[in-house]
Design a protein around this ligand. Structure first.
Ligand code: PHE
Length: 449
């Protein structure tokens, strides 16, 4: 087999992992959930969930990837003592392809909104525009194809000249763009209400369901259990620091979620609207705000809307390339495909399922799986079920199946990283006990709620 590619440095690994983590989850879910469940109090719980549960899971997943230097399926073949674990390999190859399918539909919507902001602005946008756009048959599929096509082109270029290069440029740009929008948004009249909504420290809201929400959000946001962390880590060099990668990714992800919150909520409150969760927040509420502002300050509001939707496209792309790469790396390693062939195959799968997801807002809305449209089904199946299932199995694999000495080797860079060496015991404990129990709790909460 040809030499496996590597990311250039530890920093570029963190950028790629952060790129995968930072995405639509930060922009449309975090601000809303943080506000709903107690503001600053929720954010503290969220940070604790990240440190004690999500980062250890991240490290477990990365340990398998780096140890095996293989794709998700190959990793199980190399490291697992029993062939039964191949099911975990299959699970972690399938999950990100399903995510990619509906994610790229939403990515396509973002491209559409970016184009609208560029070409005509939102002045003519009425309340029903979003619903009629996503319910129409052809336009969303055209944009889904464009978004998935761009993702495919980046992945086709490989780890270093495709994925790494793209993340290196787009992530810093994304931060700067979001910071600009945040400053603008904070200066709007009435912005304070948005800040209060996000930060109001209401400790009474910290109920068990708030804790489950914090965990669930940190899982989706850090892309855990979907094979992306494993696959990216398989392109890490031996001497690179897994602990720093996990902590760096979680910090970047949190920082971006907060910046997105301060960019979006003040604008929403300033327009006198109460924030909602999900696609409606960015595709309905914000165009409405832009169109209203457009009457007073046309140039600035137009510019802000262009930058905003461009940021969303970028954030979605840095995540979709990580989902795409999992399937590609599997097909290249296990099925002997060339990278180009593998990209075509993943593209076709995700395109087809994505097209069905897209049509489930209109033509195919009558087709229901477990009472949900295909889009809702794919979304909920992956975030509420497949990602936690992948996470619990990965963490059990590292905590209970792999040899402790091997895990320590990966965690400490073969004993060269002193801080990691000192913290190993703590993380090993978290991986073996706390993380699996916490995942089980979310699982049950999701099933009963
Ligand atoms: N973490 C990404 C987000 O917040 C979504 C994602 C999930 C990416 C799973 C990769 C794998 O939008």
């Amino acid at each position: 087999m040809a030499d496996r590619e590597h990311f250039g440095s530890n920093l570029t690994v963190i950028l790629a992992m952060a790129g995968s983590a930072i995405g639509l989850g930060n922009i449309w879910r975090f601000p809303y959930i943080a506000g709903k469940y107690g503001g600053a109090a929720f954010i503290l719980v969220y940070i604790a969930a990240c440190i004690f549960i999500s980062v250890p899971i991240f490290i477990a997943e990365a340990t398998i990837g780096r140890r095996s230097h293989s794709n998700c399926f190959g990793a199980m073949k190399k490291l697992a003592p029993s062939p039964r674990w191949k099911w975990l390999g299959i699970l972690t190859v399938i999950t990100p392809i399903v995510i990619l399918s509906y994610y790229s539909v939403v990515g396509g919507w973002s491209v559409n909104y970016f184009m609208v902001s560029l070409v005509s602005g939102f002045s003519a946008y009425g309340d029903s525009s979003f619903a009629s756009f996503i319910g129409s048959a052809s336009r969303p599929i055209v944009f889904h194809t464009i978004f998935l096509g761009i993702t495919a082109l980046i992945v086709m270029k490989g780890i270093k000249s495709g994925i790494e290069k793209f993340n290196k440029v787009s992530l810093p740009l994304l931060f700067v763009m979001m910071l600009l929008i945040m400053v603008y948004s904070l200066m709007l009249p009435g912005a304070k209400e948005g800040v209060k909504y996000l930060l109001n420290p209401d400790f009474h809201s910290i109920t068990p369901s708030a804790i489950a929400a914090a965990l669930g959000q940190s899982f989706f946001s850090l892309s855990l259990g979907a094979g992306t962390v494993l696959t990216y880590a398989s392109y890490m060099k031996k001497q690179e620091n897994i602990l720093a990668t996990g902590v760096g990714t979680a910090m970047g992800d949190l920082l971006f979620a907060l910046i997105a919150g301060f960019a979006i909520l003040p604008a929403v409150f300033s327009a006198g609207i109460s924030p909602g969760e999900g696609p409606g927040l960015i595709f309905e509420t914000l165009p409405y705000i832009f169109s209203r502002m457009g009457m007073e300050v046309p140039f600035l509001s137009r510019l802000i809307s262009i930058v905003f939707f461009f940021s969303i496209v970028m954030a979605a792309l840095t995540s979709s390339i990580s989902q795409f790469e999992v399937g590609v790396s599997y097909l290249v390693d296990e099925k002997g495909c060339s990278r180009r062939q593998a990209v075509y195959i993943v593209f076709l799968f995700a395109w087809f399922l994505g097209a069905i997801c897209s049509l489930s807002f209109g033509t195919l809305s009558e087709i229901k799986l477990a009472g949900r449209t295909v889009f809702e089904f794919c979304d909920q199946l992956t975030s509420n079920f497949l990602m936690p299932l992948g996470s619990i199995l990965l963490v059990i694999f590292v905590g209970w199946v792999m040899k402790k000495a091997d895990v320590r080797d990966e965690f400490t860079g073969v004993g060269t990283q002193t801080l990691s060496g000192r913290l190993f015991g703590v993380f090993y404990f978290l991986m073996r006990y706390l993380a699996p129990i916490a995942i089980l709790v979310i699982f049950i909460t999701n099933l009963v709620m």
